[in-house]
Design a protein around this ligand. Sequence first.
Ligand code: 5RP
Length: 262
Amino acid sequence: MAADLSPIDKAKFVAAKRAVGFVENGMKVGLGTGSTAAWMVRCLGERVREEGLKIVGVPTSTRTAELARAVGVKIVSLDEAKWLDITIDGADEVDQNLALIKGGGAALLQEKIVATASDQMIVIADAAKEVQQLGAFPLPIEVIPFGWQTTKALVEETLESLDVLAREVTVRMNGDRPLVTDESNYILDLHLRRIGNPRQMALILNQIPGVVENGLFIDICDILVIGHGDGRVTVRDINAGSETDDHIQFSPSDNIFSNLDD
Ligand code: 5RP
């Protein structure tokens, strides 16, 4: 029930609830991955069931696809949809220019492909995700398993010439083995503490053989929806240069709060 939610979950929920207000009948919607995006999928499902909203969703992970099916959101592949009206997703960090670090949930590759194939990307987050400078959250990069230790060494060497505060690189584990992504790749986490030039870093990392994609999303996010634990929501639109405040009531149906496993 809403009353039992922690302030952080309330913040995620109200951001998600506000963001699904951007979705209109007939839209093709990119569905992000993570705990905040899971609220969004549940809120979309509620609109489908209660308002008869007609949309199709393109999920960015197998777990989002499962959740979308469970809450009644019809899903199609990106190849079927081809181009999307809107993508709504979470983020690990967002700066003043709406540059993002994503990939904490290991879904950055599909997330970046889907967001880039959308007219508009809306990011939903609690206020703790807003930062002055990116990099406190370890930057994930997706690498192919073949020769991954060589790729890791090349990444470490490349970091030597980049403006960062720390240079530790770790492979993300799932028990005693590297975590395998939906695209059958591995994730390296770059512990940098501060990224001086995110745009440059995003370009340079993708030049390294074996690196499939990095978790820096530059010039992709259009609108940031920040939620607070008391129901306040701030909507920042980078193209319009506007910022508006709103308030969301906690009055969703019971079933939106059941079986939370993301
Ligand atoms: C998954 C992501 C998520 O959007 C990001 O990790 C934020 O997750 P959460 O909403 O659970 O904090 O990029 O790859």
